[in-house]
Design a protein around this ligand. Structure first.
Ligand SMILES: Cc1cc2nc3c(=O)[nH]c(=O)nc-3n(C[C@H](O)[C@H](O)[C@H](O)COP(=O)(O)OP(=O)(O)OC[C@H]3O[C@@H](n4cnc5c(N)ncnc54)[C@H](O)[C@@H]3O)c2cc1C
Length: 487
């Protein structure tokens, strides 16, 4: 029987998950990664240094669960749940804001360890080979042939297969070739803010702050956040406009900046760590939207290669993992049209490794019909959430809406769903979540408007009733009240 072969470019989080999925479905898998093997202790310094930890939530976990509940358990063994935000105010006071009225949590996970679990898992399949220190140089998408450079020896190797998957991140070379082979609409935007990381070490073997929250110091135009690690430290990220970064030139500027904005964090970091401001790398932030994500039945891009986002909804990797779940669902639909391909259990033993190229193309057409739109919605939500995290979380109107939505959600959980819950704790598509949220916003605005008018009329009625005769006022007629309502 025919056994398809997939060539996966990039062994980061999304590429290694894709390798596991294709291996499970019976494909011969070749995974090529530019960096050295991160599991080799000699290569510790060459790890991907972008965000040491990140938050994994329902979409990411669902994709891992569909692959294997055992792998999900391995991941859950290394996470720290965060049940809400802990807001650090300027005066040093803190205030918790739960993420969900039913106590759901997002999970802080070490990027490197998660990557290692997935690489280990894909190598348990006989037909899988992982090549480290191989960089994609060229991709002939008609011939389904990829050419790599061995970065240790300089040797050039070519390999052909039935499908090429580009999971090579924000600066994807695969995407560049996709743009050459087909008409790809493309948008890349660098935002005016950058980021850098600090480490808040454990003290006396203990966490220095509550470990079950994501900590935020919102300062309107910038913010500091902190996520807990298993070794009881926190990885803290400062997001700030470049102009502000550039204005801090001396140690004195730096100390003033911390004293004015994050005074409570100074003893927790210690001066030595704060001084690393001048040497720690600073990263830029951009988003990329493109469409379509595929070329014929021959190639497809996934993860950051197809939808890099700013990290403010903690959805980049989650959305990338969801890409792989969706792709698998669509391939299973082709291989076993009589079962519900969304149902992980029903698909448990489905093999997609003998699909024809026409069937693969049908799956990829369906993939590009939904993922570019959904990932673009995710990016818009992330851009919006930056304002929420650094500013709105501290405003009265935000707190009132949160409270009202939370109450309505606990009474009618299928009718009113807070946006954060739809994005982080459900698998409602990002596009549908955005639409539902816009509808909810309108409905809530109308409710608040009716409520304010009713309160005004009640107050006016009481005033006229009890003080009216003294003040020469009379009760309005019903038609006059209706007129006020219509206004
Ligand atoms: C500060 C920050 C915080 C974040 N926090 C979160 C969070 O909390 N939750 C969340 O879901 N997401 C978060 N993200 C986003 C998340 O990091 C990315 O969405 C995720 O890493 C994407 O995975 P990927 O595998 O698509 O790409 P990458 O992780 O970038 O992996 C791509 C891989 O391809 C390899 N590669 C590149 N070029 C080639 C080539 N030519 N040949 C071979 N291999 C190649 C690279 O070496 C790399 O290993 C955050 C991002 C940042 C910057």
């Amino acid at each position: 029987m025919k056994q398809n072969k997939v060539i996966i470019v990039g062994g980061g989080l999304v590429g290694s998950l894709a390798a596991c999925y294709f291996a499970k479905r019976g494909w011969v898998v070749e995974l090529y990664e530019k960096r050295p093997d991160p599991r080799d202790p000699e290569n510790l310094g060459t790890r991907n240094l972008r965000s040491i930890n990140l938050a994994i939530s329902t979409r990411g976990l669902s994709a891992i669960n569909r692959l294997s509940p055992e792998v999900e358990k391995k991941v859950m063994d290394i996470v720290l749940p965060m049940y809400g935000r802990m807001i650090h105010n300027l005066d040093g006071s803190t205030a918790g804001q739960a993420y969900n009225v039913f106590g759901k949590a997002i999970n802080s996970v070490d990027r490197g360890r998660l990557n290692e679990i997935l690489l280990d898992e894909c190598e348990t399949f006989e037909g899988t080979k992982v090549f480290f220190e191989y960089s994609l140089e060229k991709c002939d998408m008609d011939a389904k042939t990829a050419t790599f450079k061995n970065l240790k020896t300089g040797e050039i190797v070519s390999t052909s297969g039935d499908l090429v998957i580009g999971a090579d991140g924000v600066h994807s070379v695969t995407r560049r070739f996709l743009q050459y082979y087909t008409k790809v609409n493309f948008e890349q935007v660098y935002i005016d803010h950058g980021y850098m990381e600090f480490e808040m070490r454990a003290k006396d073997g203990q966490f220095q702050m509550a470990k079950d929250h994501l900590h935020i110091w919102p300062r309107k135009t910038f913010m500091l956040i902190a996520l807990p690690n298993l070794d009881k430290s926190f990885t803290c990220t400062l997001f700030m406009p470049w102009s502000k970064f550039n204005s801090i030139k001396t140690e004195e500027d730096l100390n003033t900046f911390f004293k004015e904005n994050f005074p409570d964090s100074i003893p927790l970091f210690g001066q030595e760590e704060i001084n690393l401001y001048f040497t720690n790398p600073k990263g830029s932030l951009c988003y990329i939207k493109c469409s379509p994500h595929h070329y014929k039945g021959n190639a497809v891009i996934v993860g950051d290669a197809s939808h890099c986002t700013v990290p403010f909804y903690a959805q980049g990797m989650n959305c990338g993992f969801e890409d792989i779940e969706v792709l698998d669902t669509l391939l299973c639909q082709q291989a076993a049209p009589l079962i519900n391909s969304k149902d992980a259990e029903q698909c448990q033993n489905v093999k997609t490794s003998s699909l024809t190229s026409d069937q693969i193309e049908s799956a990829l057409i369906n993939y590009s019909a939904c993922r570019p739109r959904d990932s673009a919605s995710m990016i818009d939500l992330a851009m919006h959430n930056y304002i929420e995290m650094r500013h709105s979380v501290n405003t009265l109107s935000y707190k009132m809406r949160q409270w009202l939505e939370g109450k309505l959600y606990s009474i009618m959980p299928n009718t009113v769903i807070p946006l954060y819950t739809m994005v982080s704790f459900s698998k409602i598509s990002y596009t549908d979540a955005t639409k539902k949220w816009n509808r909810q916003t309108k409905a809530l605005q109308s409710m608040v408007s009716v409520f304010s008018k009713l309160s005004f009329i009640t107050a006016a009625t009481l005033l006229i009733r009890y003080s009216g005769p003294r003040m020469g006022l009379r009760m309005p007629s019903i038609s006059e009240i209706v007129k006020i309502f219509r206004k």
